[in-house]
Design a protein around this ligand. Structure first.
Ligand code: 2P0
Length: 332
């Protein structure tokens, strides 16, 4: 991986969003952005971000242009700082990032965005980093981004090292080994009012169930990992729903409470459960937002999508297969 820009110090990359089957919520180190619990995710083909990075002596500070508008560059700068340190360069960067889906609405735009940034920034700085090093760099921006470096199924380790060197993601299984589909039911397109970063800080300081969540996470991960590797949809689905509801229980018991759901979120949960009773197998999961993602076999996706699309408050559905790893976009 070298410099891909015509004028050097410039590169572009694409990464796909991911959704966690076993959720991450809470940090063991806020400064280094190290998660308190491990997580397992699937990368989604249809939701992606393309990010261009240019280091330049003409800039005074890092700049981020997100979907055409100026945006805070704080998370991007944490990734860029690590890349600058590794490359021994002292230049600010301009980052131009475009999502092909709603930003900040619980569709993991920071996961795809910061994974694409890590890949592009490393190449722009002339570094050849391993996937593990890229995953650690992406994690510094957003922990979920560490997982989007990989395609298919990925696991992010919380690790125990104080410097976060053992908190990286790795691929658990490629998409081809278990080609599932995901139906995303969008119930709101505006960004959420409380960011994940703020929300999890608030939860760890106030939910009476936070310690139990952290303590029970390793066993929950072991169980889910085994179900995924066995390609057992019923078990994977049940454990996915349990992790999602455990995380939202933490959110509900945060002070002040974090209620990311809206009435349509609940309607979709109920519909997924009813469909399953009728033999149409799908399993829901919900992140820090009101959208519902339904995991199913590809031959069930159309029926599930049509059924949830008719519910009041469901604005749109997107059906996707599992996606590939983050990668550089070669310049012409
Ligand atoms: C996850 N989420 O495992 C969980 C489930 C949302 C709910 O990771 O603070 O944007 O930047 O590390 O990665 C979203 O949080 O948070 C997230 P930071 P991030 O997918």
């Amino acid at each position: 991986m070298g410099r891909t820009g015509q004028d050097g110090l410039t590169a572009s990359a694409i990464a796909h969003s991911n959704i966690a089957l076993a959720k991450y919520w809470g940090k063991r180190d806020s400064r280094l952005n190290i998660p308190a619990v491990g997580s397992i995710s699937i990368t989604l083909d249809a939701l992606s971000t393309e990010t261009a990075v240019s280091f330049s002596p003409d800039l005074q500070a890092d700049e981020l242009v997100l979907n055409g508008g100026s945006a805070p560059a704080q998370k991007a700068s944490r990734v860029l700082d690590l890349i600058r340190e590794r490359a021994g360069i002292d230049l600010a960067a301009r980052v131009v990032s475009n999502n092909n889906f709603p930003t900040g609405a619980g569709l993991a735009s920071s996961a795809s965005g910061l994974a694409a940034l890590a890949v592009a920034a490393a190449a722009a700085a002339g570094l050849e980093l391993s996937s593990r090093e890229l995953s650690i760099a992406a994690r510094r921006g957003s922990a979920s981004a560490a997982r989007s470096i990989f395609g298919g199924f990925a696991e992010l380790h919380s690790g125990s090292a104080a410097d976060g060197s053992d908190s990286f993601a790795e691929q658990l299984m490629p998409a081809e080994d278990w080609p599932l589909s995901v139906v995303v039911a969008i119930t709101q397109t505006e960004p959420k009012s409380v960011s994940s970063t703020e929300g999890m800080l608030s939860t760890s300081g106030s939910s009476p169930f936070y310690d139990a969540w952290v303590e029970s996470a390793p066993a929950a991960l072991d169980e889910l990992r085994a179900a995924v590797l066995a390609r057992d949809l019923e078990k994977t689905g049940a454990l996915t729903e349990r992790s999602c509801l455990a995380m939202h229980s933490l959110m509900f018991t945060t002070s002040p409470p974090l209620i990311y759901w809206n009435p349509a979120t609940v309607a979709v949960i109920r519909r997924v459960t009813e469909l399953r009773r009728d033999g149409i197998e799908g399993y829901f999961t919900i992140d820090a937002g009101p959208q519902v993602k339904i995991i199913c076999e590809p031959d069930r996706a159309e029926q599930i999508s049509a059924s949830v699309a008719e519910l009041p408050g469901v604005l749109q559905t997107i059906t996707t297969r599992l996606g590939p790893a983050a990668r550089l976009v070669q310049s012409p």
